[in-house]
Design a protein around this ligand. Sequence first.
Ligand SMILES: *[C@@H]1O[C@H](CO)[C@@H](O)[C@H](O)[C@H]1NC(C)=O
Ligand SMILES: *[C@@H]1O[C@H](CO)[C@@H](O)[C@H](O)[C@H]1NC(C)=O
Length: 818
Amino acid sequence: MRHRRIGGWKWAALWLFAFSLLWNTTGAQVRYTIPEELKEGSIVGNIAMDLGFDISNIAERKLRIASESNRQYFSVDLGKGDLVVNGRIDRETLCGQSASCLMPLQIVIENPLQMHSLEIEIQDINDNAPNFHNKHATLKISELTAAGARFTLESAEDLDVGTNSLKSYSLSNNNFFRLNLKSSKNDRLVPELVLDKPLDREKQAIHKLTLTALDGGNPVKSGTSVLEITVQDFNDNEPKFDVAAYKASVLESVGFGSVVLKIKATDLDDGLNGEIQYLFGANTPDLVRNVFSVNAETGEVTVTGKLDYETTKSYTFDVCAKDKGNPELEGQSSVQIDVIDENDNLPEIILTSLPSPVPENATVGTVVALITVKDLDSGNNGKVQLTVSPDVPFKLKPFHNHYALITDSLLDREAHSEYNVEILATDSGVPPLKTAKTITVKILDVNDNPPLFSQSSYNVHINENNLAGASLFSVKASDTDQDKNALLTYSILDTNSNQVPASSYFYINSENGTIYCMSTFDYEKLKLFSVVVQAKDQGSPSLSSNATVHVFISDRNDNAPAVIYPSTSMGSVTHQRMPRSAKAGHLVTKVTAVDADSGHNAWLFYRLAEATDASLFSVNLHTGEVRTKRAVSEHDDSSQRLLIEIKDNGEPIQSTTVTVDILIEDGFHEPILDYREKTIEPNKKTGKITLYLIISLASVSLLCLLTFFILLVKCARGSRGGSSCCIRRTHSEYKNPNRNLQIQLNTDGPIKYVEVLGGDMMSQSQSFGSYLSPMSEFSDLTLVKPSSTTNFTDTLNVLDASLPDSAWTFESQQVRQT
Ligand SMILES: *[C@@H]1O[C@H](CO)[C@@H](O)[C@H](O)[C@H]1NC(C)=O
Ligand SMILES: *[C@@H]1O[C@H](CO)[C@@H](O)[C@H](O)[C@H]1NC(C)=O
């Protein structure tokens, strides 16, 4: 439009130049004044009349408008000679803003050719409203801008001129702005926006104003422009948290990444100024940072570390919301996160004092150990109950914040040497957590069990003539106690029952109870020995028990038969006499022998080993009777010698021989009846003899006792003077107890031999006996009668002295010889 206007101006200037030339040539000038925008056909003026042409011939003379360029606006009505508006005439197009608008017009007429200039002044009418180039103007004003600031606005344009041109501006109603008009250098009004009051984007970010431009026409025409004012944000608002202090709680077991809470802040500012990022407060300790994190964008507070109620029950920290403005502003809030306890800690059993070993004789209630329990959880989760396994003799007793494990009953190490006491701690959480601890309680041994022999008495058999020093037997005792209390030593006790100290014959290995014989035994002297062994433990005090070992000494065939009759004590051969008149079967003599052994070992057999005339004599195998086999004849030698062998039945067989010399006398007479006839009634005789024998022996025993008693009294009286008697007495006491009475019967009936055995074991056996002479019809027991000797004890003493090793033997034999 402006361009067209400028074009118009140029065009007008050209025409002015051209007309001024023409003007000079033609002189007078016709001017018409018309308003612009006349309707087509409107008559501007009658040019025929005004230029002095004859209307009748203007057609002939070809009146026309010369200027081709202006022809379009006007035409000539050749009938009336009127200049008629031919097209729209817009002053603003033709003349722009110039105050006057003259349009030159050349009228040409021929015959003669004349050229007339005329001017048509085109007057302005208010046909243009003020116009803003930008109907929508925008303006950005910082909210920081102080009141009074001015902003030049775009002016409007009104193509009209004069009064029709732009006259004033007005601004729509508003609270912040007013309009100021200033005139520019070329006298144009320039609208200016003045800020009356500071803006606040946060209250109103956009202000829409309407600027109206008014012209001075009548009616007034106006143009408007919408002015959109954007309030530019300034970071004048800090982020604000919704809540001044956040509070949340979280289970201590919550997993990593769990959102605990979401913080939220708002910032009224715009753009980056309102973009918030969340962070920890500047002074947040690592303790918190290790466990939580704040999402900068979303404000979610998440768990990133291990929570533990027992370590930290609550976290309090500051959070900060920061915008991205420049300068950035921040808001603060505090967060408190409480950790909720869960039953995540096992109860702990702590031994305050290590369990001490308990002696088995501890009284009920003895303290074994002190125990405490700990549970890091709180509340019910931390309430712990302790129990002890029911099958042990222990219980728990509260004791100053502790528990004392005490004995509940009497203990016996031999039954239970050790207890594994299981202690169970259970808390009251849901579900409850349990911890078990096993305490080993050792029971100390007390010497409360005596050693126990496998048997209370043992029977041991040993052959006589045993090897001294050989092991005899082993006793074994056991002790259920422990260590020293069960360490046994064996010993042999000397008891009164043996008269001789057993320890002098036996030795016991004190460690393993093997018993050794220290001497050789002789069955003929000692048949039984009782040894009391003791097993003793090493406890304090020690306990012991006894067992008796009965040592039975068995007989061996260690004694050869001893010939009693015929006596060979003097070393010479005994002479037996017999009449030559003797018939067959005549009893010449009877060989009698004894054997100190017993049983089979003492069974004797007699045999004729050699004879001067073997056809004359025979020897009875069992009785030892020597008889004639046939009648003695005149031819038989008067001196006969027999060698008789006596064997026992032992193993090995022991034997002895005796030589009997027989003198056959011619005048020798049998003094008594045939022995054989007399022996028909032996019972009568033996009954009498037995009676005598018993009486005699009883008397002897009595006498013996009496004698020893007297001796004892004597010694006791004389003991002040010398000790020799006592020693002797002690000696003699050892000798006597084993005396015994042995009555030996012949196989064929009558008592043949009585012996009183006695003596100690170390000495030879003593026999004190009497024999019945087989030869005598009234074989009489010849006793060592008290009356036959002046003093029996004297006799004993004499014998005692005469025999070796203080043994005594008394033998008496009397055969009534006729
Ligand atoms: C006891 O000890 C002795 C000597 O060491 C040994 O000879 C004997 O065989 C042992 N007896 C037992 C029953 O072990
Ligand atoms: C063992 O025998 C001895 C001697 O006879 C005696 O003093 C002791 O009391 C006995 N011990 C036991 C346990 O019987």
